[in-house]
Ligand binder design. Structure first.
Ligand SMILES: Nc1ncnc2c1ncn2[C@@H]1O[C@H](COP(=O)(O)OP(=O)(O)OP(=O)(O)O)[C@@H](O)[C@H]1O
Length: 284
């Protein structure tokens, strides 16, 4: 399996250390989670070669180094959270233009675009102008442009922000499919995106990697530590920052909360969100 190996990556801005000694591997479909300001965007900018780290090393499969920028760029397809496309051209014209900019020969590009439109389910909209597309369709054009040249690493920033529920589900399914035969890195603060799309997870907090591993390993961290009980509002208030969620039920509420006293017999199944909150709120 292909992987990207990061070793002791550091990055500071104006004497503030943003990324602290990051050492971990990215493989398969990998979700990078973290609260606002954790350093996700900074790490993505380093991985897309837009900015260099201050120190440390990144390699693909222990050989190609990120210092070989031109080679690495040819491996990467990138969909930033905010991207703009020419509004008055059709989907096909837009992709053809971007393919040529990527150095793909025109006749090859036409064939590639045809199969990409099939893959992202936009064949029937290919003659529409960009300005006529919905938010979800635009994101799919974004993925198609990122896939031009068949990159080994696809990087997607905040994939579902601004999409309605139907498009969100469709886009997650597409990302899941694309992750089968390449490394796909998704950076987000929406836990559900990762839950639905990724097999591996990394959690960044205040510039440090506090977890990497499989989804199941993440859930195992909070096994036996989650309780669900019908409580009065006063009882729920007393739990303060142990509370994960509350659901009003007549005059009481169903409270899901962290129970530090481990209960191995607990029949509450932990979710990725429980484990994420547990790790990121710890010590606050
Ligand atoms: N170019 C820059 N110059 C100075 N500080 C920066 C720069 N880029 C990022 N930072 C700071 O680095 C920290 C991490 O920012 P970053 O955008 O990487 O986090 P993030 O996890 O992507 O957050 P968000 O989810 O809010 O986008 C923040 O404190 C930010 O202010």
């Amino acid at each position: 399996m292909e992987r990207i190996c990061l070793t002791e990556i550091n990055k500071s801005y104006q004497n503030k250390q943003i990324l602290k000694n990051l050492t971990f591997n990215i493989q398969g479909s990998f979700g990078l989670l973290g609260p606002n300001g954790a350093g996700k965007t900074t790490l993505m900018r380093i991985l897309t070669t837009l900015v260099p780290p201050d120190s440390g090393e990144i390699k693909m499969n222990d050989n190609t180094s990120w210092k070989d920028q031109n080679i690495v760029r040819s491996y990467i397809g990138y969909l930033p959270q905010h991207f703009s496309l020419y509004k008055n051209v059709t989907v096909v014209e837009c992709l053809l233009h971007l393919a040529v900019l990527k150095g793909i020969e025109k006749s090859k590009a036409k064939l590639e675009i045809d199969s990409l439109l099939e893959e992202v389910n936009l064949q029937e909209h290919k003659k529409k102008k960009i300005k006529q597309l919905s938010g979800g369709m635009l994101r799919r054009v974004g993925i198609a442009q990122a896939l031009l040249g068949n990159p080994r690493l696809l990087i997607v920033d905040e994939p579902t922000v601004g999409l309605d529920i139907e498009e969100r589900v469709r886009f997650r399914n597409l990302l899941r499919k694309l992750g089968r035969n390449r490394i796909i890195l998704i950076s987000t603060h929406i836990v559900e995106d990762v839950e639905m799309t990724c097999d591996y997870i990394g959690i960044l907090k205040e510039g440090e990697i506090i977890f990497t591993g499989k989804k199941e390993d993440l859930k195992a961290i909070v096994k036996g530590k989650i309780k669900e009980e019908l409580l009065t509002m006063d009882e729920a208030d007393a739990l303060q920052n142990q509370v994960i969620s509350l659901k009003q039920q007549e005059d009481k509420c169903l409270v899901r909360y962290f129970n530090e006293a481990q209960d191995e017999q607990s029949d509450v199944s932990p979710t990725i969100e429980d484990a994420y909150l547990y790790l990121t709120k710890k010590g606050e």
